[in-house]
Design a binder for this molecule. Structure first.
Ligand SMILES: Cc1cc2nc3c(=O)[nH]c(=O)nc-3n(C[C@H](O)[C@H](O)[C@H](O)COP(=O)(O)OP(=O)(O)OC[C@H]3O[C@@H](n4cnc5c(N)ncnc54)[C@H](O)[C@@H]3O)c2cc1C
Length: 562
């Protein structure tokens, strides 16, 4: 289609052509790797809901919410006009629209109240499609989801709060938590002197006369989504670092001391507020035994780490879809970009990475789901594979989104395209919930302290044994390197674990063209350093036919070269 701009003289100054139409509306669930993984991991019953959510995520309305929530950032109001502290953060209405849908669709705590096998997988798949809107609001929904298993370490508190954390009602008004229709939870671990090493926390917890109730004093350096209703916070109690539940409003309706000093001015994740709260006589309830704060809150971190993998896989898929859409409509040097051989190589290489990330995400979600239901083998696999996946998939995110952005040329560098927003989001996922080194070292810790985790990983890899010689050789290499276990080599080891795990999943579940190209490049070494360096033998047509959406409402021809 050609549109012209009429100047004052009535003559056309320039015609607009060779630009793609808007992508939205599109179907964010039109992703074969995702739907196949959903069924395979035991949540086929959720497919209809995931498809409905995918259509909603790709609607022009929801895409606009994502854009507006990031353009109109949250604003901190510390005081009211009379000088009283209020510590409120004001959000654009789009933020609330996004949150309302996310909570209603079960992307917060709902799976914990759902006995159906696969409930946690269904939530992960929902996140993979709803995340096409924007990433920031995934922070409070993730923390709310993750708070439940940690809170269960204190059954009397869980009895009151769990039904509200698992509710599908989004209730953003400030109020007594137990009287609300639904709650959101945040977490406060990081302090100025240490985020990875939380044992250096200096916030103190002083017992009161009432058993289990303490007062906190201290200053947290990062506490995201400060408008949540309750927070799990680490503080030093007489018997050591402990976990506490901190509500913003106390049971008698008075405000708890939760003074937000400022909001962070962040690279990305701008729709979401990340704050520095100060605790001063803040009333808190002990969660789990005193001195076992890390052990308690690690239950939460296990879940948020999976969500980091999910969010990275979502960014990959979203930016791949954007890149594929652009390449279909944009021509250069006499052919559509999608028909230019080298662009096909770039898109296919990105597609491989995206499918590997999505497939691993759903495998991890399946492990979490089965572990929650008492499967000890899956619990051991989850323990090590989540740290492996968190390390590798989030590490690939920034390079992936940069390459996808480049597929749009200069348009990709401009905010209107949405690509800068996705690009800025990507590095965060490898920083919070354990930065790259911390996750890699956590894998070493699991190997040395919980040998069952290595057994579980190799049992999983063995399921693909004999299917691909390059994969078999890589697993052999991995076994040889396991004994090394040096901290300085942790990244190399974990990278190989991640690639063998992804390769084994693709060999078992993806079409041969995908599995073959993945093994040739990521395991067989026939690969350059940048994306777009698949070898000559790679079946680009088959990879692209599978990956690029087939339901483009504009009716553009499929990706295959014509
Ligand atoms: C946008 C945003 C929101 C956040 N929200 C929250 C929140 O809601 N609640 C919360 O508690 N925290 C939050 N955080 C904090 C986040 O979890 C920490 O920043 C993160 O855990 C790293 O801690 P740190 O910043 O203190 O860095 P450090 O711990 O100082 O680490 C710095 C670097 O050193 C590396 N490193 C650490 N230890 C080792 C080691 N032993 N060997 C080798 N390398 C090592 C790390 O991998 C990292 O690369 C948020 C952070 C961001 C950016």
């Amino acid at each position: 289609m050609v549109s012209t701009h009429e100047g004052a003289s009535g003559g056309a100054t320039h015609a607009v052509f060779n630009q793609p139409p808007p992508l939205a509306p599109y179907d964010a669930s039109d992703d074969r790797a995702l739907l196949e993984g959903l069924r395979r991991e035991g949540a086929g019953w959720a497919e209809e809901g995931v498809r409905r959510l995918g259509l909603r995520a790709g609607s022009a309305e929801a895409q606009e919410w994502g854009e507006l929530a990031n353009r109109h950032e949250p604003v901190l109001r510390t005081h009211d006009r009379y000088g009283n502290r209020v510590d409120e953060v004001d959000f654009h209405p789009s933020w609330h629209h996004l949150m309302r849908v996310a909570v209603a669709e079960g992307l917060a705590g709902a799976p914990w109240a759902d006995d159906r096998p696969g409930a946690h997988v269904a939530r992960t798949a929902g996140g993979l499609v709803w995340g096409h809107t924007e990433a920031g609001h995934g922070c409070p929904t993730s923390m709310t989801y993750a708070a439940v298993p940690a809170l269960r370490r204190q059954p009397d508190l869980a009895k009151v709060y769990e039904p509200l954390l698992t509710s599908r009602a989004y209730d953003p008004d400030l109020g007594v938590p137990a009287q609300k229709s639904g709650l959101l939870a945040g977490m406060g671990m990081t302090e100025k002197q240490g985020g990875s090493d939380v044992r250096t926390n200096t916030t103190t917890a002083t017992p009161t006369a009432e058993p289990g109730v303490y007062t906190l004093s201290g200053h947290k350096w990062f506490t995201s989504a400060p408008m949540c209703d309750v927070f799990l916070v680490l503080a030093q109690a007489p018997d050591g670092l402990s976990c506490f539940l901190v509500p913003r409003v106390l049971p008698d309706g008075s405000r708890n001391a939760f003074r937000i000093q400022r909001l962070k001015d962040k690279l990305g994740n701008r729709s979401n507020a990340s704050s520095e709260p100060e605790f001063d006589g803040t009333v808190a309830w002990l969660v789990g035994p005193e001195g076992q704060g890390v052990k308690t809150i690690i239950e939460m971190v296990n879940c948020t780490r999976l969500d980091c993998v999910m969010a990275s896989a979502t960014l990959m898929r979203k930016t791949l879809v954007e890149a594929g859409h652009h390449a279909r409509y944009r021509s250069a040097f006499g052919a559509r970009l999608v028909d230019q051989p080298l662009m096909r190589n770039v898109l296919a290489d990105l597609a491989l990475e995206s499918e590997a990330a999505t497939t691993l995400t759903l495998r991890l979600a399946g492990a979490a789901d089965r572990a929650v239901r008492g499967d000890t083998g899956e619990a051991a696999f989850r323990r090590i594979a989540t740290a492996v996946g968190k390390y590798w998939v989030t590490k690939r995110g920034p390079a992936f989104t940069a390459e996808a952005l480049e597929c749009l040329g200069g348009n990709g560098y401009v905010e209107d395209s949405g690509m800068p927003r996705h690009y800025r989001e990507a590095p965060l996922l490898s920083i919070w919930e354990g930065s790259g080194n911390v996750n890699a070292l956590d894998v070493l810790r699991a190997l040395s302290r919980e040998p069952g985790t290595a057994e579980a990983l190799f049992a999983e890899l063995a399921l693909a044994q004999g299917a691909d010689a390059r994969l078999d050789a890589a697993v052999k290499r991995l076994k040889g390197r396991l004994a090394e276990g040096s901290p300085s080599g942790a990244r190399r080891l974990v990278e190989l674990m991640a690639l063998t795990l992804q390769g084994s999943l693709l060999v078992r579940h993806a079409p041969p063209a995908v599995a073959d190209a993945f093994c040739a490049t990521r395991l067989g070494g026939d690969w350059g350093y940048a994306f777009g360096t698949l070898p000559d033998g790679a079946d680009l047509d088959a990879i692209l036919d599978r990956a690029l959406p087939v339901s483009d409402p504009s009716g553009a021809p499929a990706a295959r070269a014509v």
